[in-house]
Design a protein around this ligand. Structure first.
Ligand SMILES: Nc1nc2[nH]c(SCCc3ccc(S(N)(=O)=O)cc3)nc2c(=O)[nH]1
Length: 281
């Protein structure tokens, strides 16, 4: 039902759920222990995820996990731009840049990134203006309450679903005013970004309600604390829970699933697809 228009005349159909592989190039990547800080291991990981079924690679240079400090512009650029350039020389795959900084967005797109994935939903200075300059770059607007440093200190909502919906309305309207075509937008409720355990599971249960916006939905719950708290599991022990979460998301109509465990998630989604579309011989 949705097809994302991308730079260089490419498109990405969202008729079936797409797996977005996480390529963290932050030293303390919350879940892969920062193994991919140097270039060739990042490229190796990228190629592995593509071979395992990822159709989008999400590259982020700022750790936005709870308590994470701000990253300086130069540092973020040095982490992200070389990786995008290197991957782009090897592959025509879809690359999203996970950043909130306008200058990183600009240089990432110039280096070959296709999608802006902004956990701050274009609220940082200059972000709307930069995004408006690249009409064929989709934009993921994610909901976050507060900032990573303090967002998990007792998150509270008067009405969770309406608070998130109102946030989406406001950001969509800001994008329209900046001259950004609404058809470029993707919405993401932001699991773990200013949400308690209860909030996260309420959002998961209500995920299909976000279809009211008639925009693609992206979710990123892979290995997050909602599973650790529910099941008392360390980060690397949360794969089964993450697969369950991914399946619930696609059952509820999510279009893009942002994950660490690409192979396992691709297999799980293919099982789901077979149950919906039958087994194509
Ligand atoms: N669109 C989109 N982009 C994302 N980028 C990230 S980085 C993960 C940061 C983090 C790690 C761990 C926890 S926790 N305390 O819940 O385990 C929260 C946030 N995530 C997302 C997401 O979801 N969507």
């Amino acid at each position: 039902m949705y097809e994302l228009r991308l730079p260089k005349g490419r498109t990405l159909s969202l008729d079936k759920p797409q797996v977005m592989g996480i390529l963290n190039v932050t030293p303390d990547s919350f879940s892969d222990g920062g193994h991919f800080t140097h270039l060739d291991s990042a490229i190796e990981q990228a190629n592995l995820m593509l071979s395992q079924g990822a159709t989008i690679l999400d590259i982020g240079g700022e750790s936005t996990r709870p308590g994470a400090p701000d990253v300086q512009l130069e540092e973020e650029l040095q982490r992200v731009i070389p990786v995008i350039q290197a991957i782009r020389t090897h592959s025509n795959c879809v690359i999203s840049v996970d950043t909130s900084k306008a200058e990183v967005m600009k240089q990432a797109i110039e280096a070959g990134a296709d999608i802006i994935n902004d956990v701050r939903a274009l609220q940082e200075p200059g972000a709307l203006e930069v995004a408006a300059q690249y009409g064929d770059v989709p934009i993921c607007l994610m909901h976050m309450q507060g900032q990573p440093r303090s967002m998990q200190n007792n998150p509270h909502y008067d009405d969770l679903f309406s608070d998130i919906s109102q946030f989406f309305e406001a950001r969509i309207s800001a994008c329209k005013q900046a001259g950004i075509d609404i058809n470029r937008l993707i919405l993401d409720p932001g699991f773990g970004f200013g949400k308690s355990l209860e909030h996260n599971f309420q959002i998961l249960g209500w995920l299909d309600k976000f279809h009211a916006f008639n925009l693609p939905i992206l979710t990123g719950l892979s290995r997050k604390s909602m599973f650790g708290q529910l099941l008392t599991r360390e980060t690397h022990e949360r794969v089964a829970a993450s697969l369950a979460g991914a399946l619930i998301c696609v059952q509820k109509g999510a279009h893009i699933i942002r994950v660490h465990d690409v192979k396992e998630t691709s297999d799980a989604l293919n099982v789901w697809l077979a149950s919906v579309n039958g087994v194509t011989q």
